[in-house]
Design a protein around this ligand. Structure first.
Ligand SMILES: Nc1ncnc2c1ncn2[C@@H]1O[C@H](COP(=O)(O)OP(=O)(O)O)[C@@H](O)[C@H]1O
Ligand SMILES: Cc1cn([C@H]2C[C@H](O)[C@@H](COP(=O)(O)O)O2)c(=O)[nH]c1=O
Length: 217
């Protein structure tokens, strides 16, 4: 039976790597797939992993229709056994419904990868629909860590080094390496407590280096 599987984790938890590995393993056994992504950091029509691997992909725009694409391909004699969908958090709810239909009515496996929540801790519409419809939701085993050492569960956005909780939902960016000059817009994974307190690694460091206030007499 074909399945709709949703692999999720914070930014930098290895989702794109797993997407490429999944494609590799299925292709190695002669299965024919299609790779989709949208808004990848490496540019249009590319699925890229921080481990350095990348693969050509079909860019998914908001009006792209997965059901129509697959039916058209099959009608013209093409073969599709599975779909790999990276950055699926950015897909529309309708597109996730189309993917579920592809699984149920055409028996094509769909492997979707994406983050659950945005920088405000709100579910992305695509991820919400995946949680509602997926046969299986799998959380990645490799844990990204907060600067405090706890498992990171949330994605924080920084602007010029300061954490923000308002702004456009979609802003392509990367996790900044600690101690590097902060990018205009960057991301950092945090545990819930530090996300709630807006305590990024840089701010925690600044706070810990601030001189102790003198005790009042
Ligand atoms: N130099 C490195 N050596 C080993 N692992 C690395 C290195 N750089 C990145 N990684 C691994 O790659 C993961 C990020 O992979 P990626 O697929 O790009 O994540 P995601 O798609 O979830 O944002 C990191 O969590 C880490 O495990
Ligand atoms: C939290 C958050 C993230 N994004 C963007 C930033 C990255 O370009 C991608 C996530 O990619 P990854 O492979 O999982 O690292 O999403 C965004 O646009 N809005 C957000 O709130």
């Amino acid at each position: 039976m074909a399945e709709l599987q949703f692999f999720t984790g914070t930014m930098d938890s290895g989702k794109s790597t797993l997407a490429l590995q999944t494609n590799h393993n299925h292709a190695a056994r002669g299965r024919v797939g299609r790779i989709f992504t949208t808004h990848d950091r490496a540019g249009e029509s590319i699925l890229s992993s921080r481990l350095g691997l990348q693969h050509d992909a079909i860019e998914v725009h908001p009006d792209f229709n997965f059901w129509r694409y697959v039916v058209d391909t099959l009608t013209h004699g093409g073969r599709i056994d599975y779909l790999i969908c990276d950055e699926a958090q950015f897909f529309t709810a309708d597109q996730i419904d189309q993917l579920a239909r592809v699984v149920d009515e055409l028996q094509i496996d769909v492997f979707a990868f994406g983050i659950l929540t945005d920088f405000r801790t709100m579910l992305f519409p695509g991820s919400a629909r995946l949680v509602e419809l997926a046969d299986r939701v799998l959380v990645l085993q490799v844990e990204a860590l907060c600067w405090c050492g706890k498992r990171a569960t949330h994605n924080a956005r920084t602007e010029n080094g300061a954490m923000v909780v308002e702004g456009e939902v979609i802003v392509v960016g990367d996790v900044d390496a600690v101690d590097e000059a902060p990018a205009d817009v960057a991301y950092e994974v945090l545990c819930r407590q530090h996300h709630r307190r807006r305590l990024t690694a840089a701010r925690a460091k600044a706070v810990s280096m601030a001189p102790e206030p003198l005790p009042f007499g």
